[in-house]
Each structure stands twice: as structure tokens, then as C-alpha cells.
Write a new protein. Structure first.
Length: 404
């Protein structure tokens, strides 16, 4: 086994060597600008880009013309929300999203609120899912867009997008979906989901960093956007700028590999995940699964270990790259807003660990991680007076703590 072990595949994934191989010729040999219409260099680059566009479209079952290249999911989210709000401002000024979205959505919404847009942040249920009835209730005659993610990046919970899509269609409201965590991991079909816009990114599916896509529906309805970057009118006028040809080739190859390998890969990863979950639940009392038990990504496991600080746990298992539910966003250590939105208390949110498995995670690495985790939790609990008191049957809520 090689250390450190990478178990943080929700943050980013290593590139697949087959992706790198596909990209290499496009740096030096085939360096053309895909927008150069007058010579062989340009034609060659354009042809390769269009082939990649097809590979990407195939993975989500759309037409290649509906793919707009961006720099990543953050930009796709910005373009979708800001582009729709500006284009449809005559129609209304209200959008609907939910509290557990990625920062790329929440911060974009905050920025839109400053411009006078009204945003409804729907709560989620205990298992992390948005209730489609709540979406229906939130829609007004001023609603122009609903944006709900496909699967959450912390807890892996998969939202009922197809049901929300049905409601959006009935009401004539556009639906955007940040599908960054779902694409390439679970089957995604824009028709089944009834989405009009969808964001995703290459570096979470074993492709290179710095390239992503926005799916923009062309028919039923034809979605229009105000571009957020002006320039040469690339990408059907929606996103100007010279296309990063090698990155796009890599993104295309990554999508092709996901499409081919997903059925086998997802099963293998989910089985490994289930084994670890069972082992932890068997060996450790007071460990709690965060998120939905079944409607979740195959490679996600998020568990809170009561009486243990997630950060301390990470320090105790330094040879494994994991993520905890405490986001060191500012000077203060804030517990994860996603876990808080599920109603998880601040203590348990601080004690959560996210395991993010991936294509290159081996059984050996995974078993090692499980064993080390159990050991570390046990050791930290041995040092915890709170855990000891709880085991002695003292109700911690009734304890009068001395205030200094
Ligand atoms: C990673 C992630 C993003 C950001 O993607 P970038 O390509 O890094 O900008 C957006 N949304 C979700 C759900 C993500 O997991």
C-alpha cells in the first residue's frame, strides 16, 4: 500500500492515465485554435472538440449542440443562474433553491439578492432530500427558475429531481440542476430528469481541472441565456473565449470512460462502502449515518462519531486523506451547514467524517482505513470525559456546567 491514501474523491479525483494519454497530442502537435476556420490546425482542433462534445453529451443523453463549455461547475452555476435571471427578468424576479446547495449556487444566489432578485431557500428533510411538494408550494407567478442539485457533495443524498422536473414543467418554470457529484457516478438522463440546464465538471470524474459544462436545453423549451463573458461569441454566443482544447479532449475521454465503466465501477464501490459502514456500525456505538440510507451516491459515506471531534480524528489518521464536517472557512470553526440543515446538532456535525471513494480506491486501502478509523475513535473516546459520563448513564443535558 502507498501512503497517504486518498479518500476525498468528492473534492477532486486523480486523473485517469487514459485521459492524460488522450490529451497529450493536443498540447504540442495538435495545438490549433478550434475557432480557426482557415487551416488544417484549426479544423483538426475543431473536429477533436466536436468529438469530445459528443462523448460528453452521450453520458447525459442530450444533443452535442446543447453542451456549453465553461471553466468548471462554479462557472456553469453562475452562468445558469445569472444568465437566466437576466434573460427572463420581464417574466419575474423569483428563484427557488435549497439550503444544502454547493457554495457555487448559494453565493451566486446571495449576489443575485443584492441585485433585487428574491430567493426562496427550501429546507431539506432529515435525510437531506427536498420535498417536491415544498417546491410546488414555493412557486409563484414571478418564479423564473428552480435550482436543485442532483446529489449533495457532503452527504451524497440524491434529490428527487425527476419529480421536481415534472412540477417545473407543469408550472412552466425552468429547472437548473447542479449535477456535478452525480454525473459519471449514477445514470443521468436530462430527459428523465426533465431538467433545462445542468452543470457538471471534469475534475470530479477523473478528467483534468479547469473545464466543465453547462447543458442548455434547445427544444421544449429552447432556453436562452444572457452571456456573462463577452468576446468572440463562442459556444453559441453563451460563453466567449478560446476553447481549452486539451482539457476538453480530456473531459470527453473521462465521460466516455465513465459511461463504459459505470455499471461495474459503481457496484464495486458501493459494495466496498457498504462493508465499511457495516464494520463501523458493528464496532462503534453511537455512530450515526448522515444523509439518506439508500438514495445516495455509491461512493459516499458520511458518519458522525459522537464524543469525538472530526478534526481530532483526522489528525489521528493522518495517513488517510479524508474530510470532516467542520469547515475551516473563517477564524471560527463552523460546523457544516449541510449537516446543520438536516437537523444534526452542532456537536454531531463537528464529529462527522466524509469518506469519498473512487475509481482508484482499492479494497486493501479501504479495509485499512476502516480499521484505523475504529481504532482512532476508540482511543479518542477513552480520553473523553463526556463519553465516560454518558457510559455511566449520566444524562449530559442535566449536568450543570461550571461557567468560568
Ligand atoms: C465541486 C463542485 C462544484 C464546483 O466545481 P468546480 O468545477 O470545481 O468549479 C460545484 N458544485 C458541486 C456540487 C460540486 O461538488
Amino acid at each position: 500500500m502507498k501512503f497517504p491514501i486518498y479518500m476525498d474523491n468528492h473534492s477532486t479525483t486523480p486523473m485517469d492515465p487514459r485521459v492524460l494519454e488522450a490529451m497529450l497530442p493536443y498540447f504540442i502537435e495538435k495545438f490549433g485554435n478550434a475557432a480557426s476556420r482557415n487551416h488544417q490546425f484549426g479544423w483538426e482542433a475543431e473536429e477533436a472538440v466536436e468529438n469530445a462534445r459528443k462523448q460528453i453529451a452521450k453520458l447525459i443523453h442530450c444533443d452535442a449542440k446543447e453542451i456549453v463549455f465553461t471553466s468548471g461547475a462554479t462557472e456553469s452555476d453562475n452562468l445558469a443562474l445569472k444568465g437566466v435571471v437576466e434573460m427572463y427578468k420581464e417574466k419575474g424576479d423569483h428563484i427557488i433553491t435549497c439550503t444544502t446547495e454547493h457554495r457555487a449556487i448559494l453565493d451566486t444566489c446571495k449576489s443575485l439578492e443584492k441585485r433585487g432578485i428574491k430567493v426562496t431557500y427550501l429546507p431539506v428533510e432529515k435525510d437531506g432530500r427536498v420535498n417536491p411538494d415544498e417546491v410546488r408550494k414555493a412557486i409563484t407567478d414571478k418564479t423564473i427558475l428552480i435550482s436543485i442539485m442532483l446529489a449533495n457533495n457532503e452527504i451524497g443524498t440524491i434529490h428527487p429531481i425527476a419529480e421536481i422536473g415534472k412540477i417545473a414543467k407543469e408550472k412552466g418554470v425552468l429547472l437548473h440542476c447542479d449535477a456535478t457529484q452525480g454525473v459519471g457516478k449514477i445514470p443521468v438522463d436530462v430527459e428523465t430528469l426533465k431538467v433545462d440546464l445542468m452543470s457538471f465538471t471534469s475534475h470530479k470524474i477523473y478528467g483534468p481541472k479547469g473545464v466543465g459544462a453547462l447543458y442548455v436545453r434547445k427544444k421544449g423549451p429552447r432556453v436562452r441565456l444572457v452571456p456573462q463573458i463577452d468576446g468572440g461569441g463562442h459556444e453559441r454566443g453563451m460563453r466567449s473565449g478560446t476553447l481549452p482544447v486539451p482539457l476538453i479532449i480530456g473531459f470527453g475521454k473521462a465521460c466516455e470512460l465513465c459511461e463504459q465503466e459505470m455499471p461495474v465501477e459503481s457496484k464495486r464501490i458501493a459494495a466496498m462502502r457498504d462493508r465499511l459502514q457495516a464494520q463501523i456500525m458493528k464496532d462503534l456505538d453511537e455512530s450515526y449515518l448522515n444523509g439518506h440510507p439508500t438514495e445516495r451516491l455509491p461512493h459516499n459515506l458520511n458518519i458522525s462519531f459522537a464524543y469525538v471531534e472530526g478534526e481530532a480524528l483526522l489528525m489521528g489518521v493522518k495517513e488517510v486523506a479524508l474530510s470532516s464536517g467542520s469547515a475551516c472557512t473563517s477564524a471560527t470553526l463552523e460546523p457544516s451547514y449541510v449537516l446543520r440543515a438536516l437537523g444534526v446538532g452542532s456537536d454531531l456535525a463537528h464529529s462527522s467524517i466524509r469518506f469519498g471513494l473512487g475509481r482508484f480506491t482499492t479494497d486493501e486501502e479501504f479495509d485499512y482505513t476502516g480499521k484505523r478509523m475504529v481504532e482512532a475513535v476508540k482511543r479518542l473516546r477513552e480520553m473523553s470525559p463526556l463519553y465516560e459520563m454518558a457510559k455511566e448513564g449520566i444524562d449530559l443535558k442535566s449536568v450543570q456546567w461550571a461557567v468560568h
